[in-house]
Design a protein around this ligand. Structure first.
Ligand code: AMP
Ligand code: GLY
Length: 425
């Protein structure tokens, strides 16, 4: 089978690594890809937001199956365009991707179908939003409705902060994403990510993980796309997984089908484990980044037939098998991230890091005119290792980090700290 993978980040390198290992994969083409993905198959430049360009590429390359990595092309309807051209693709339609692309859409769906989530109200008017915020207990969560590169969520510690944030959002700080906002109850508890595949009707549990969204050790500093992750998240017990599948994931899949927009693809539920049980804070309609980098090394089943089954409505009875080991990934970012970063600094030592037992997934990397590997973005490398415990996986990952020669990069030093504290007890 000839497979086309859309995207160019660490998530896509991890998916490419797993897809290329499948006996069903005769050729993998990544678009646009990155230097890490180039080692697994050809990379072809394409604007993933240009649906017709993607369809043309898939036709020219005689592609049998397309896997979409990032959220924006999904919301832009790339799967609809591919399917209309008769090309099979893994990922939701543009209508179903609303689960990620509109926070208000998802909150309304939860309310209608009794899916556990925080109390909320939607606003399209600043004055009404401020009046509501004034009566709301703090902290209060203010969210831009649309996709805002992970930046459209603020936890306001005081009413004054809430008002300032409402003004910022309606003032256009997040463009059209902030024309409509959600004001939401702050949920207390630990945050976990739960993944499930859906074919529109059935759902298959597809792993747990815990991300580290703040840039600094001890979860300090600004939010990022994610500075490291591990899987499984042991705090999510088998009983909790059953509960989450029964009360959150399956009702969502049923609701989307009932609305005439069945969800096919990966449902990534961001949850808070509250004293009253798990509650949904958001859905993503794609794999997490860096969560895919810890799920893929643990998946012992062939990924390709599972993704095909989800795309073709044949998920019932399909099983996914996972290693008992823990995977942990440390994100190495360019200094300055999540703010402005400089591109072009030289990176060396990847072979030495892999010789130390890690897998290095590449994210924002490029090759310069001399063919040397350079930094080309905020999050640059994902140094990933497996171990019998989080403690062991973390020791291996950081031992590999030490072998990477990139003075312009940095990483958090405490990935997995919550789980490691629990393992020490
Ligand atoms: P989101 O983009 O919706 O995932 O929000 C970004 C981050 O804000 C999440 O990863 C949570 O850490 C936090 N967050 C969002 N909503 C809530 C909430 N209702 N209660 C507590 N924390 C939240
Ligand atoms: N790691 C967070 C995300 O992929 O949205």
């Amino acid at each position: 089978m000839r497979i086309l993978l859309l995207g160019s980040g660490g998530r896509e390198h991890a998916l490419a690594w797993k897809i290329a290992a499948s006996p069903l994969c005769a050729a993998l083409i990544s678009a646009p890809g990155n230097p890490g993905m180039a080692a697994l198959g050809r990379c072809v430049p394409v604007d993933v937001m240009d649906n017709q360009a993607v369809v043309a590429l898939a036709k020219a390359e005689r592609i049998d199956f397309v896997v979409v990595g990032p959220d924006n092309p999904l919301a832009n309807g790339v799967v609809d365009a591919l399917e209309a051209a008769g090309i099979k693709a893994f990922g939701p339609s543009g209508a179903a991707a609303q689960l990620e692309a509109s926070k208000g859409f998802t909150k309304d769906l939860c309310a209608e179908y009794g899916i556990p989530t925080g109390r909320y109200r939607r606003f399209t008017d600043a004055a009404a939003a401020k009046a509501y915020a004034a009566t709301h207990p703090v902290p209060v969560v203010i969210k831009a409705d649309g996709l805002a590169l992970g930046k459209g969520v603020v936890i306001a510690p005081t009413e004054k902060d809430a008002v300032a944030e409402i003004d910022l959002m309606f003032g256009g700080a997040f463009g059209v994403a902030g024309r409509s906002i959600v004001i939401e109850e702050f949920l207390h508890g630990e945050e976990v990510s739960v993944f499930a595949l859906s074919d529109g009707t059935d759902a298959l549990f597809f792993g747990t993980a815990q991300d580290h969204k703040r840039v600094g050790d001890g979860d300090e500093g600004p939010n990022t796309g994610g500075m490291g992750a591990y899987s499984p998240a042991a705090i999510v017990t088998p009983a909790l997984i059953d509960d989450i599948m029964a009360r959150i994931i399956r009702p969502t899949v049923a609701a989307m089908a009932a609305r005439g927009t069945p969800f096919k693809g990966v449902l990534y539920a961001g949850l808070i484990l509250t004293a009253e049980g798990p509650k949904l804070i958001e859905y993503n309609a794609r794999f997490g980044d860096p969560e895919a980098q810890v799920l893929m090394p643990r998946l012992t089943s062939d990924l390709v037939p599972i993704l095909m089954a989800a795309a073709e409505g044949r998920l019932a009875g399909v099983e996914a098998h996972w290693s008992d080991e823990t995977a942990l990934t440390v994100v190495m970012a360019a200094k300055g991230y999540p703010g402005a970063v400089e591109k072009g600094s030289l990176i060396a030592g990847l072979e030495a890091a892999e010789a130390a037992g890690a897998i290095v997934f590449q994210a924002g990397t490029a090759r310069n005119a001399d063919g040397a590997l350079t930094a080309n973005g905020g999050r640059v490398l994902n140094v990933t290792a497996l171990g019998a415990s989080v403690t062991e996986a973390r020791a291996r990952a950081y031992a590999a980090v030490e072998r990477i020669d990139w003075p312009e990069g940095f990483c958090r030093r405490d990935i997995g700290w919550r789980a490691i504290e629990r393992e020490r007890r």
